[in-house]
Design a protein. Structure first.
Length: 367
């Protein structure tokens, strides 16, 4: 009997392990009766996965900068050339060259998911040549793609205006009925905890969080995640003599992560205004904190601030100075009425910002 399922090829440059957005969309596609293959790469921190969809991860000779992107797209193009599928889903600009040209060559439907405003990322600030390269790719590809969506309205508006594109919005919200693998989660402290969970890359506001501890008593910082500045942050903690108060838990599978999130006292979303990508972002952790009913302290970025203030799920810091951050942490810890009211507001907000509702938008791209 012939297989009636349509095949979809999902391309990412990460190792898939902690990419919640790709995981949620892949599960949606499985439920829509697609045969899903997610293609990524092997990293030094890669661990085995059990998913409802197929996964293929490749080791690369190069893992950084231009040589990695060149090797990845070269190999991806030839993979796609000989892989029979009905739809190609490209995730972010760094997968798009291979996906675009393969879709044209094979006359295969292409869908593009932009997880961020790629050419305006914090890592590109001050690197004009590299930023210019990614802008050339955006200028060339984005007006030519018929089916594309991104994570926030501000990014969609930017792309649609600048490139005469047709981006929709699929926010990276959390599942109400999330698959959680129960583990005996504990924090290595007896004190109240401020939590940062996410990628450890520049511009996440982690150093000011660390320095704020000098102005607080009986409060520790929990950091869950990995990334480019992990080692530098660990050294910074040593330099600040805060090793007993800052706890790095490393990389935790997202199926286990809610066990840890709910243990914290306050959730931090302090992305800094380092480029439009961050200014327009709506990070995973914002919605993870809402679903965990974890009161939020956030920076003054428009998309994040709008959700936090409109739905009253946290407070906004005046600036990124440790003094301002410590002030808001202390205020939330002392004002028990405000703290409890925020948790009540989050009970309502998580029913609005849930994947069960948001995923319905994807029908416009994959039906």
């Amino acid at each position: 009997m012939l297989n009636s399922k349509k095949k979809i090829f999902v391309a990412v440059t990460n190792d898939i392990s902690t990419d919640q957005r790709v995981h949620k969309i892949s599960n949606y596609l499985v439920r829509k009766n697609f045969d899903v293959l997610v293609y990524g790469r092997v990293l030094s921190t890669t661990f085995s996965l059990k998913r409802t969809y197929q996964i293929q991860r490749k080791k690369h000779l190069f893992n950084h900068h231009f040589l990695f992107y060149a090797e990845y797209n070269f190999r991806l193009f030839f993979k796609l050339l000989f892989y029979k599928c009905d739809v190609i889903l490209a995730n972010d600009l760094d997968t798009l060259p291979a996906c675009f040209f393969a879709s044209k060559f094979k006359k295969t439907k292409l869908v593009y998911d932009s997880h961020e405003l790629f050419s305006e990322g914090p890592e590109l600030q001050g690197r004009n040549f590299v930023k210019g390269f990614w802008r050339v790719l955006e200028n060339f590809f984005l007006p030519k793609i018929k089916k594309s969506y991104t994570v926030s309205q501000s990014i969609a508006d930017y792309y649609n205006t600048k490139h005469k594109a047709n981006f929709g919005v699929v926010k990276n919200v959390s599942l109400l009925q999330r698959e959680i693998v129960k583990v005996d989660a504990k924090f290595p402290t007896k004190y109240k905890t401020v939590l940062y969970q996410g990628v450890l890359n520049p511009g996440r506001g982690i150093k000011p969080m660390i320095k704020a501890l000098h102005l607080l008593e009986n409060v520790d910082l929990i950091i869950i995640g990995y990334g480019k500045v992990e080692v530098a942050l660990q050294q910074f903690v040593k330099d600040e003599l805060l090793e007993s108060r800052v706890h790095f838990l490393g990389r935790i599978p997202h199926e286990e992560l809610p066990n840890y999130t709910k243990l914290a006292t306050i959730g931090m979303v302090l992305e800094e205004p380092l480029g439009l990508s961050f200014e327009y972002s709506l990070p995973n952790k914002l919605f993870d904190y809402i679903h965990a009913e974890l009161p939020i302290i956030c920076g003054n970025l428009p998309e994040i601030k709008n959700i936090v203030e409109t739905h009253k799920v946290g407070v906004v810091v005046e600036n990124y100075e440790p003094k301002s951050i410590a002030k808001e942490i202390q205020n939330l810890l002392e004002n028990k009425e405000l703290y409890q009211q925020i948790k009540l507001n989050q009970q309502k907000a998580k029913n609005e910002f849930c994947w069960e509702k948001e995923q319905q938008i994807l029908d416009n791209y994959f039906n």
